[in-house]
Design a protein around this ligand. Structure first.
Ligand SMILES: Cc1cc2nc3c(=O)[nH]c(=O)nc-3n(C[C@H](O)[C@H](O)[C@H](O)COP(=O)(O)OP(=O)(O)OC[C@H]3O[C@@H](n4cnc5c(N)ncnc54)[C@H](O)[C@@H]3O)c2cc1C
Length: 381
């Protein structure tokens, strides 16, 4: 396996970095302090990223995307998360209804749902988690019952990224009469539902919401992959996990860069912090963890780019990269002393953002159970 970036990937990375530092970095601090973005602000940032080619990156060109391989899109994703993890997580889940519409094989639905998402005109989200359903998506309780040419949807979803700003929801639910779980696309304008914002530790600017469906009337043609919703959802986790993994590397990279600068500038005991042995140990640990995380994420992309299932590689990457980002952010914060706790420096935000990432798309414990299952052939759940 050769993980060296190709010339094209280096150009992609450098262009992405220039674009993000000009168009996104100046807004991060102010937007983070305001909390979850509203629909208008989310639309502005998503549109900027769409125009640059971020959102459509992994979708095939004939579907309106750029047809990038996983590693190339991963390289861009690291750059986005290096600058603003909250926007990174929004972009990650934003096309979920488009993927569902493509999977349905229904071209009219794909045109209606996916096309405006990929153009940045509409925002999407993926809703699986419920108040009583977390790590085990098989237990989803939200129901959809056919009533003439509609389904009536009842249930509550929680911790849904983009939930309050989404125009389209990819909702995992039990459809009466279908085996297992299904995916249903709910269009807010056509099928209104209530939302409530949930406050959380990190990724402050990204909305994380509760969605309440009470006899929500959804057109029957919006049912996609009937009875195969779980399989489809589990497959999409592999991509999401690899992208969260490289996102965590982006956070580690920011912490490392900040620590290198600070250790070079801050003088204590008559010399820069960088000249003290303990600080050098911390820098070496941050550097090693960040490089190791990047390689494990690249290995997951490599496995996915071979067109095979990459369950073990993506779970390992999600677990390792997110946990190591917490350590890297903590070390970076320590090197900054009291200034590490201040909002004037990126460390306190990176620490909160990194800590938040060990939970979504499968906690670290669940990732370890998956890795062990793939090795042992014995499932603990
Ligand atoms: C920032 C953020 C964004 C999110 N975005 C979305 C989204 O867009 N869409 C969506 O559907 N959901 C989303 N979620 C929800 C997320 O996927 C769930 O929080 C996650 O799957 C864990 O579920 P839970 O929080 O209910 O924890 P639980 O499943 O209740 O787990 C609680 C604890 O028990 C442990 N545990 C659970 N089962 C086992 C087991 N079998 N063995 C050992 N330990 C176990 C867990 O590791 C954890 O430590 C998001 C969450 C966060 C924090």
């Amino acid at each position: 396996m050769d993980f060296a970036l190709t010339e094209e990937q280096k150009i992609l990375r450098d262009n992405a970095r220039r674009f993000l530092e000009k168009e996104i970095t100046p807004h991060v601090q102010a937007e983070e302090s305001k909390g979850p973005m509203d629909r208008a602000m989310a639309g502005v940032f998503i549109k900027k990223l769409v125009d640059f080619g971020f959102v459509g990156g992994p979708f095939p060109a004939e579907r309106g995307g750029s047809g990038l391989d996983e590693q190339s899109y991963g390289v861009m994703t690291e750059e986005l998360w290096r600058v603003w993890p909250a926007l990174g997580v929004m972009v990650l889940v934003y096309p979920a209804p488009a993927s569902a519409a493509f999977a349905s094989g229904n071209e009219a639905l794909a045109r209606r749902i996916a096309a405006p998402i990929l153009k940045g005109e509409k925002i999407g989200c993926g809703a699986i988690t419920e108040p009583n359903v977390g790590s085990n998506p098989r237990e989803v309780q939200t129901t959809a019952v056919r009533n003439g040419d509609h389904y009536l949807v009842n249930g509550t979803k929680v911790w849904i990224t983009n939930g309050s700003v989404a125009d389209f929801v990819m909702c995992v639910c039990k459809v009466k009469g279908e085996p297992g779980l299904s995916q249903l696309i709910i269009e807010k304008e056509v099928s209104p539902f209530r939302t409530r914002e949930l406050d959380k530790l990190g990724l402050k600017a990204s909305p994380t919401s509760e969605l309440c469906f009470e006899n929500c009337r959804v057109p029957a043609e919006n049912l996609v992959v009937p009875g195969k919703g779980l399989k489809q959802t589990l497959q999409s986790f592999e991509r999401a996990r690899s992208m969260l993994a490289i996102g965590a590397v982006g956070i580690s990279q920011t912490c490392l860069e900040a620590a290198l600068t600070y250790a070079g500038e801050r003088q204590q005991w008559g010399k820069p912090l960088a000249g003290h042995q303990t600080i050098q140990h911390m820098i070496a640990e941050m550097d090693t963890l960040t490089d190791a995380a990047r390689f494990i994420a690249y290995r997951a992309f490599y496995a996915m780019d071979q067109g095979k299932r990459a369950t073990r590689e993506t779970s390992m990457a999600k677990y390792y990269c997110c946990e190591s980002a917490v350590k890297v952010a903590s070390l970076g914060l320590q090197i900054h002393g009291a200034y590490g706790l201040s909002k004037e420096f990126p460390l306190e935000r990176c620490f909160r953002d990194a800590r938040t990432l060990t939970i979504p798309d499968g906690t670290s414990e669940i990732q370890k159970l998956i890795v062990a299952r793939e090795r042992l052939g014995v499932s603990a759940f």
